[in-house]
Design a protein around this ligand. Structure first.
Ligand SMILES: [Fe+2]
Length: 498
């Protein structure tokens, strides 16, 4: 057994032992507990925890179960609160034994420790369970919520580091922004719930619980609507790209690259989300470019090139109608600007070009370079990398190129997979076209033979094999619209805390 494995077991078994020990001390004898109400709180927590709302990004989830746990800590006391935390958070997968036993026990134990820490802070700072005077013990209440969060986050983070070999720093940065706001938002709800329990009793909690679940429903609807919005944009992009099979799937790949680079550059989550949309839509202005120009396989005339150069301006005016994207629209307008000012449409240079546009510029160019076009062969991965390096400082922002090269190895295999799917769909489409041509030719030949036969010869000559007039199969590069290939978004699953 390696050292890491030993550390894993020592840590998990220690936490399990500590949790069990703390829980065994949490119920002093001769103290009366309102067990039916505690069981009610466990059931209430189970209901909320069984239906968390998944975050749209990063794999986190939101649950209002912590409000019930916190209310139990401040109303029933540390012991019952720990029990509610431990038992109320058992997820259906754990009931079905789909989770390793040490994870199940570890989660129970670390939640007992988190709740006990919260209870200890609350009582140490003057709080009295069951008699919460909010304004007198507000600091105790808030620090108690913080204690729960810190113990929970550290325990789960360390467990994930040992179990999945994810550096703790990664867990910290990937999850803190999702988990911390939950605690900040839900701790006051827990306090309110505790007060409601004291003043109104269990019926008051149920009354309070209905708006809580309504809030959960609103969260869920928001995330669903957001997903529908994204799907609509993707469908629109597919219909645009359907005009040119050679660029099919391009926008989705540019999106993947751009999101990976933005994460690497630690852009704000809201900026990354907007970049995801504008990356998909960056070439939407090509709608205004006539097919004769857009699909032309030979060299473009200066006038034709002028039409192509209008697409960022047209695109920005179209995307500008989407209020949600705000100033991110600038990335669409400026994705063909060059770092040295030689690009278009406005000839901006250096930092005058929005960072998101500089990111899009690199991602767009790399995918175009490494993709096949009617007028050029695809660069190899290495050739594309060398070209980016060669043009860093002139066409591209050198800092963005460096960050891109850090992430491209991870994203590029998915690009290769997407290209393969596009190629396969072209083959299918080409075969279908060949079959249609074959059938049409056969019909025409049969019709011609029948006409000739009916004029002079016996009916038997009408049996000329159709195959003699069959057109050769069409080349697979025939311009037929293939389905768009898409690639999955990169996603990291953050730590699951209570
Ligand atoms: Fe473009």
């Amino acid at each position: 057994m390696g050292r890491r494995r030993i550390a894993y077991w020592v840590y998990f078994l220690t936490v399990i032992f500590l949790g069990g020990w703390v829980l065994s001390l949490a119920f002093p004898p001769k103290v009366h507990y309102p067990w039916p109400e505690i069981v009610g709180a466990i059931i209430l927590t189970l209901v909320t925890e069984a239906s968390p709302v998944a975050f749209p990004r990063g794999g986190g989830s939101l649950s209002v179960g912590f409000a019930v746990i916190f209310a139990s800590i401040i109303h029933f006391g540390t012991g019952p609160g720990s029990l509610v935390a431990a038992l109320g958070t058992i997820r259906p997968r754990e009931f079905r034994l789909k989770v390793p036993w040490e994870f199940v026990l570890f989660n129970r134990a670390q939640l007992v420790l988190s709740a006990s820490a919260a209870g200890w802070v609350f009582t140490s700072l003057g709080g009295v369970p069951g008699n919460v005077k909010v304004f007198q013990v507000l600091p105790a209440l808030l620090l108690s919520g913080l204690a729960y969060f810190v113990v929970n986050f550290l325990a789960v983070g360390t467990g994930l580091t040992l179990a999945q070999r994810i550096p703790f720093r990664t867990i910290w940065t990937a999850n803190l922004k999702f988990v911390a706001p939950q605690y900040v938002a839900i701790t006051p709800l827990g306090i309110l719930l505790g007060v409601m329990y004291k003043d109104v009793g269990p019926s008051g909690v149920l009354l309070f619980f209905i708006p809580l679940m309504a809030a959960r429903y609103s969260f869920q609807r928001y995330f669903e609507i957001r997903q529908i919005y994204l799907s609509t944009i993707e469908a629109m992009v597919r219909s645009i790209e359907a005009r040119d099979p050679y660029t099919s799937g391009h926008s989705a790949v540019v999106r993947d690259y751009a999101v990976a680079v933005a994460k690497q550059m630690k852009l704000a989550e809201s900026d990354i989300e907007k970049l995801e949309y504008v990356a998909l839509l960056h070439d939407v202005g090509k709608l205004a470019v006539p097919d004769a120009v857009l699909l032309k396989k030979s060299k473009l005339s200066p006038e034709e090139y002028g039409l192509i150069k209008q697409h960022p301006v047209v695109g920005a005016s179209i995307v500008g109608e989407v209020a949600l994207l705000g100033d991110a629209v600038a990335a669409v307008r400026h994705h063909h600007e060059w770092f040295d000012g030689q690009g278009y449409p406005d000839g901006l240079s250096g930092d005058q070009i929005p960072l998101t546009a500089r990111i899009l510029g690199v991602c767009d160019a790399f995918d175009a370079m490494t993709s096949e076009r009617p007028y050029k062969r695809a660069y190899t991965f290495q050739e594309g990398v060398e070209e980016l390096r060669r043009c860093a400082g002139s066409q591209f922002d050198p800092a963005v190129v460096n960050e891109f090269l850090e992430v491209v190895k991870e994203v590029s295999p998915r690009r290769a997979e997407a290209s393969k799917r596009v190629q396969e769909s072209r083959l299918v489409a080409g075969d279908a076209l060949a079959a249609i041509r074959q059938a049409a030719a056969a019909t025409a030949a049969a019709a011609a033979t029948t006409t000739a036969a009916s004029a002079a010869t016996p009916a038997s000559s009408a049996a000329t094999p159709a195959s003699s007039a069959v057109t050769p199969p069409a080349a697979t590069s025939a311009v037929v619209t293939p389905p768009t290939a898409t690639t999955p978004l990169p996603s990291g699953r953050p730590a699951k805390t209570s």
